[in-house]
Design a protein. Sequence first.
Length: 383
Amino acid sequence: MDALKTEAEKLRLMNAEKGYNLEVLRPRSQSGSSERTLLNMSDTEMEEKRRSSDLEKEAAEGLLPKTITKDHLAPDPLARAKMLFWMTVNTVATVLIVFCNKAVFSDKSFGQCQAAFAAFHFVVTGTTLYMLSRPMFAMFDPKRIGVSQMLPLAIAMAANIVGMNLSLQVSTITFYQITRVLLTPCVAVINFFFYKKYIPRAAAYSLIPMCFGVALISYYDQNPAPVAGQPIKAVGGLSVLLALGSVSISGIYTVWVGTYQRKYEVNGFQLLYNQAPLGAVVLLYAVPWTDKFPALDQAPMSKWMMILLSGFLAAMINVSQFFIIGSAGAVESTVVGHMKTCLIVVIGAFTGGRIITDKAALGIMLALCSIFAYSYIMMRQPK
């Protein structure tokens, strides 16, 4: 026994000279008899102890490489170019689909096919997602959710699209797009009353001029200044009611999307993969009661091309949006959203055939500045 103790002491002194710090291990125990020392350690345990001590020493001396984080990585030019490409696709598709749908609904006969039009969009989107889930692309793994669980969200999705199209049909493009910014305060109110989620006080204050600006553009867009030789008939309060109803439905749908993603642990692709086909079926059941089809042989070819283009653009918007969310940060995603709003408002103002009065322009500026301020405040909040 004395020989073993002497050998262990020599080993401890040798390791101490080499820089190893082999201390006596004393695990938690109610009795002292369970204490373990170097004398009753196995060879494997002693080797692990030496490696651990070596790593600690090298880390203290700065010999080990530092942990690589996102901030230390050089930006990948290919990934950056890919992200910019999808941002461009999303922006162009979003702007074009508003004007494309407006052109389709300008024909009264096609304006009475809202449910069928939205169902066509869902079919195109569902088909696109199905192709992207195949092994050839493998962009996401499909995850099935029960029909009974998805039915409320599918109905809300269908009502959201139909409501947006109806609002666009009876409104100017500028008014339609400006009223869409009310989706932000609408979602905040729903989250506050039903989910007890709060936003910073400064963010809440920034929503007040937004609502005031929308009120200005709502009034002065419906009562435009007369143009010599070009009398303009005001739409009236119908477009305001449809816009507010559409925003309310969109707010409910937006909140439910986040709730469903957390509840069923799915991403945007997987959730939309379950929504789109079910939403198309729901709308097809409503078609016989709500839609009135035009004489197909009398419809101009340009309208059919617009409808096909609209379906393609809808699929591109959905696909590109998920790429942006996955590869870009909150700042980039927010900037893309604001850029789309500004482009649609500006283009709509110059192509809508109406004169934007000073007070209406003030309303537009108030709404846009407020949404920028709100986004800035929210992005500065800790996650």
